[in-house]
Ligand binder design. Structure first.
Ligand code: ZN
Ligand code: ZN
Ligand code: ZN
Ligand code: ZN
Ligand code: ZN
Ligand code: ZN
Ligand code: ZN
Ligand code: ZN
Length: 285
C-alpha cells in the first residue's frame, strides 16, 4: 500500500497551529501538478499507478518506449484516490476520510475531476459527459455537433455531425476534450484557436479539411477584382481556364491570371484550375 510510512507526516500536518483555517480548506491551492491545483492524486485503474491528474498519467504513459505499454486513462473509471495531505488511499469522494481535507474546491463525481482553482468556472455537461471550463452560462450544447459551443454560436454556426470528435487538422490533438480553446470555421469544421491563428500567420485562409474559405472573404475578392483589372496579362497568356470552386463546388471558365481565378457562380477566388483552355484538356493540378 502507498500509505505506509505516511501517517507520521500526516500527524505532523494535523498538528499545525493555524487552527483558524477550517480543516476542509487546509492546503487549498498549494498542491497539484502543472495542470491542476488539487489535494489528491488519482490511482489509475489501467496501470494501478498514482498520478496527480489524467494529463500527468497520459504524458507519462504515451511516451513509454514499448508502444504496447502506451495507453490513456479512462477518467470515469477512476475508483481510488490518494490524499495529498495525509497520503491515505480511499474511494473517490471530495473529502478525505482520514484527515477531513477537501480534495478540490470543484469536484465532479462523474469525471473524478478535482480543481482548487475555481476561477476557470468548471462545469459538467451531461450531454458531453465531461467537465468543461468557461462557465455554464457561456456555453450551450449543440446536439447535432455533439459538443458545447460558446453561446455566441447558437443558431449561428454550420452544424457538422460530431465536428468536435475529430483531431485538430493542424496539430492532430483530439478536439472534443482538448483543454485548449477551439474555434469553428464557416464550413462547420473545428480546430484550436491557436492553430487557427498560426494558419493565418502563414497566409492560409482555407479549411485544411474541406478547402472552403474559413470566413467571409468578399472584401479580399473585391480587392483581387481591382488588382486583376489593373494588371493585364501579356498577349500570349490570354486564354480561358476552367476552375473548380472550393467554396461552392461549381466549375466555371475565366481568363487565366497569375493573381487568381474567379468563380463565376459565387465570386470566390478560392478555386483550382482543372483544365487549361489553350493547351487542351490536360489537368494542371
Ligand atoms: Zn497533472
Ligand atoms: Zn487526508
Ligand atoms: Zn464532469
Ligand atoms: Zn456539452
Ligand atoms: Zn451544431
Ligand atoms: Zn491544434
Ligand atoms: Zn471545412
Ligand atoms: Zn464558387
Amino acid at each position: 500500500m502507498e500509505t505506509l510510512g505516511a501517517n507520521s507526516a500526516a500527524e505532523q500536518t494535523q498538528n499545525r497551529d493555524d487552527s483558524d483555517v477550517p480543516r476542509q480548506d487546509f492546503g487549498a491551492l498549494q498542491h497539484g501538478c502543472d495542470h491542476y491545483r488539487r489535494r489528491c492524486k488519482l490511482k489509475a485503474p489501467c496501470c494501478d499507478q498514482i498520478f496527480t491528474c489524467r494529463h500527468c498519467h497520459n504524458e507519462a504513459t504515451t511516451t513509454l518506449s514499448n508502444p504496447r505499454d502506451r495507453h490513456e486513462i479512462v477518467r470515469h473509471e477512476v475508483k481510488q484516490v490518494v490524499c495529498a495531505i495525509c497520503n491515505t488511499e480511499q474511494q473517490v469522494s471530495n473529502l478525505c476520510s482520514n484527515c477531513g481535507v477537501k480534495f478540490g474546491e470543484y469536484f465532479c463525481s462523474i469525471c473524478k475531476f478535482y480543481d482548487d482553482d475555481i476561477s476557470k468556472k468548471q462545469f459538467h455537461c451531461n450531454d458531453c459527459g465531461i467537465c468543461r471550463v468557461g462557465g455554464r452560462e457561456n456555453f450551450f450544447h449543440c446536439p447535432k455537433c455533439g459538443s458545447c459551443y460558446s453561446v455566441s454560436l447558437r443558431n449561428n454556426h454550420k452544424c457538422v455531425e460530431n465536428s468536435m470528435k475529430n483531431h485538430c487538422p493542424i496539430c492532430y490533438e483530439f478536439l472534443f476534450d482538448s483543454t485548449k480553446q477551439t474555434t469553428i470555421m464557416k464550413c462547420g469544421h473545428t480546430m484550436h484557436v491557436e492553430c487557427y491563428n498560426e494558419m493565418f500567420n502563414q497566409n492560409q485562409y482555407r479549411c485544411p479539411i474541406c478547402s472552403k474559405s474559413v470566413f467571409n472573404m468578399s472584401n479580399s475578392w473585391e480587392r483581387l477584382d481591382q488588382e486583376i483589372a489593373a494588371t493585364a496579362m501579356p498577349e500570349e497568356y490570354r486564354y480561358e481556364v476552367e476552375n473548380l470552386c472550393n467554396d461552392c463546388n461549381h466549375t466555371s471558365k475565366t481568363f487565366f491570371h497569375i493573381f487568381g481565378h474567379k468563380c463565376q457562380h459565387c465570386n470566390s477566388y478560392n478555386t483550382r484550375v482543372i483544365t487549361s483552355g489553350e493547351t487542351g484538356n490536360h489537368s494542371s493540378t
